[in-house]
Ligand binder design. Structure first.
Ligand code: ATP
Ligand code: MG
Length: 254
């Protein structure tokens, strides 16, 4: 079957003060339909650059990338992107931020409100519908962004450290919620994280990147689901994988 996302020999170079900065060098990766791929790597190894390319926000310097065999050259509605930094609209309250993608698609107002209400509930923000982004905590803003991405029912989700800034309990709740939504949905997920445990709890495949996006490890995660964090921490296979990923991250830093 054709992969949903196909990246071939991608390189990305930025120019800053007349100097070239290489962010990604000769990066290739396929992502299969319905897969949940965790991408792990140290800060600066090119993770966000890869997602920006996949989202069609920036062009590669060289190489090719495809969404279902069509070259990616602009953002598309089938792909939802939860960026690393906040892109909520400060002049819109929570509900209207979440309704935004539906407004673009001209969904009728009553349906928009209903759907936004469902997602507000799911991410635990009931009671905050009329709050503006500046009136929310960082973790709450993150959850609004998550709801805004999910509201468009994208078939492919690109997520850049979505839960990094959340407290442990909330993080665990939202991980479970994301898995609940994903399982059986057929959606394809590319999930960037710094956290080895998170990568293993969520992914059915983990890709560890080294400098300039070098693929250090690409491994299928065959742990049975649901993966309870407390059980996993004492599971021999989980512990072994954790060790392997720790080693790969260390190797990638070289
Ligand atoms: N717009 C830009 N202009 C210049 N350099 C950039 C730009 N965007 C990224 N870079 C550089 O590209 C490299 C990779 O950046 P990227 O944001 O992809 O890293 P990352 O893996 O997402 O890191 P982090 O985990 O800290 O988010 C870095 O060296 C960064 O400085
Ligand atoms: Mg990043």
């Amino acid at each position: 079957m054709t992969p949903v996302l196909r990246m071939r020999n991608l390189s990305k170079q930025f120019v800053k003060d007349d100097k070239g900065i290489v962010a990604l060098r000769d990066f290739s990766l396929d992502v299969a339909e319905g897969g949940f791929v965790s991408v792990l790597g140290r800060s600066g190894c090119g993770k966000s650059t890869i997602l920006n390319l996949l989202a069609g926000l920036v062009p590669p310097t060289s190489g090719e990338l495809f969404y279902r065999d069509r070259p990616i050259s602009r953002p598309r509605v089938e792909v939802g992107y939860l960026t690393q930094s906040d892109t909520l609209m400060p002049w819109r309250d929570v509900r209207r931020n979440i309704e935004m993608p539906m407004e673009v698609r001209k969904v009728p107002a009553a349906r928009r409100r209903e759907r936004a209400g469902e997602l507000i509930e799911r991410v635990g923000l009931r009671g905050f519908e009329r709050h503006y982004p500046r009136e929310l905590s960082g973790g709450m803003r993150r959850r609004v962004s998550l709801a805004r991405m999910l509201v468009g029912d994208p078939e492919t989700l690109l997520m850049d450290e979505p839960f990094g800034a959340l407290d442990a309990q909330l993080r665990s709740d939202l991980q479970k919620e994301l898995l609940r939504l994903w399982q059986g949905s057929g959606q394809t997920v590319v999930f960037v994280t710094h956290d080895i445990e998170e990568a293993l709890l969520l992914g059915d495949r983990v890709v560890v990147l080294g400098r300039l996006g070098r693929v250090v490890l690409d491994e299928a995660i065959d742990l049975p689901r649901p993966r309870d964090p407390d059980e996993m921490r004492v599971d021999a296979r989980f512990v072994a994988l954790h060790g392997e990923l720790t080693g790969a991250l260390r190797e990638g830093a070289r």
